[in-house]
Design a protein around this ligand. Structure first.
Ligand code: HEM
Length: 336
């Protein structure tokens, strides 16, 4: 069976909308979810045919509670769980509820908005939108704090290696763990620092985006604490956002990863520190307001969810080894 990923490995679009939805109860959620799965596939195909140069896509992630509510297959993706807050001495990575997450990308905001509206129309009867962030490309790919964001991201073939589930979890191969946090920055305090001090926060130069040599890079700089090893990387797709009237200037942190444990290591290092106390200096200017973990199934799995033709189990392995059914004889939830 093909295991074609959703568009998790795409590069940043110029425009992005992120939405998080929570189901209100369990009435009609399964039928709605089936329609939404079909809609996600439809929106991606349609965007590609109508606007091939827009880099438009819609990626859907499913949270742990929703997986349970929708009675999706068991066993679950190995690392899909409720995200537990990471509590450091001074800063906390909070955990907030999220049933479904949508990531709309495109070079033009119009297509992002239309896709978001189509999803909203389908979901509104059974769910509420608890978060909506419109992110944009800021100058030459900078975060709203003024530093280029994304330089050390994996490139080429490494993107699939670090961004997609591999052979370790064959049923969910090609899927991806999606972790998001909405950060609000104290921009005034950060901008009040001399540029050399700002550079020490990131461990990189501001203008040219050059990494500091290890001998002078502060141990609590963001690039020092977030780097947990060359073989432990994630695909980051952060987008800045800003609102003058509410003074909300922020970063929507979004990561796609082959394993959530890699993201967890980074969060532990940033919020608790290694050794404890060496927390990320960036957090003195950035507060995590949300934090949720989702799983992004492959397009083939979404197709199976949409048609109800999902999830058979191999003979004699009921409830332990679900596989996608090719002939669609069983319905969603038939495993429970
Ligand atoms: C306040 C929100 C954040 C902002 C504004 C931010 C910004 C940045 C910037 C400007 C860089 C340096 C350039 C680059 O390689 O991209 C960077 C690097 C990095 N960030 Fe973040 N980041 C944020 C949160 C996070 C979080 C929550 C994680 C992980 C859970 C993370 C993981 C990383 C990693 C792995 C690197 C590359 C480090 C290296 O190998 O040099 N970041 N980030």
């Amino acid at each position: 069976m093909k295991q074609e990923p959703q568009n998790v490995l795409d590069y940043h679009g110029n425009n992005t909308i992120f939405t998080v939805w929570n189901f209100r109860g369990n009435m009609r959620v399964k039928e709605t979810f089936q329609r939404v799965c079909a809609l996600v596939i439809n929106l991606n195909h349609s965007a590609y045919v109508r606007f091939p140069d827009y880099g438009a896509s819609c990626v859907m992630g499913i949270g742990y509670n929703a997986w349970d509510l929708l009675e999706l297959p068991e066993p679950l993706p190995r690392e899909l769980a409720h995200f537990a807050p990471v509590v450091g001495e001074k800063h906390t990575a909070v955990s907030t509820k999220g049933d479904l997450h949508f990531h709309f990308r495109g070079s033009d905001i119009s297509i992002c908005l239309d896709m978001a509206a189509d999803i909203a129309k389908a979901l509104e009867p059974v769910a509420e939108c608890v978060e909506e962030v419109h992110g944009f490309r800021y100058w030459d790919g900078r975060s709203i704090l003024g530093f280029v964001d994304g330089t050390e991201n994996p490139e080429g073939e490494d993107r699939a290696f670090f961004g997609l589930v591999g052979d370790g979890d064959p049923v969910y191969k090609g899927g991806s763990y999606l972790f998001v946090q909405k950060y609000i920055h104290d921009l005034a305090a950060f901008k009040a620092l001399p540029v050399e001090e700002q550079e020490k926060v990131f461990g990189r130069s501001k203008q040219n985006d050059i990494e500091m040599p290890d001998e002078i890079k502060p141990k609590n700089s963001h690039s020092a604490v977030a780097n947990v090893g060359d073989d432990l990387k994630i695909i980051r797709d952060n987008m800045p956002f800003g609102n003058m009237s509410t003074n909300e200037m922020g970063t929507y942190f979004i990561a796609y990863a082959s394993t959530f444990s890699t993201v967890q290591k980074m969060l532990n290092s940033m919020f608790i520190g290694d050794p404890p106390g060496n927390y990320d200096r960036l957090l003195d200017f950035s507060t995590a307001k949300t934090g949720s973990l989702f799983f992004v199934p492959t397009l083939d799995m979404l197709d199976g969810f949409a048609s109800g033709a999902i999830i058979a189990v191999a003979e004699g392995e009921k409830k332990t080894e679900p596989v996608l059914s090719v002939n669609g004889s069983l319905n969603i939830g038939s495993l429970r």
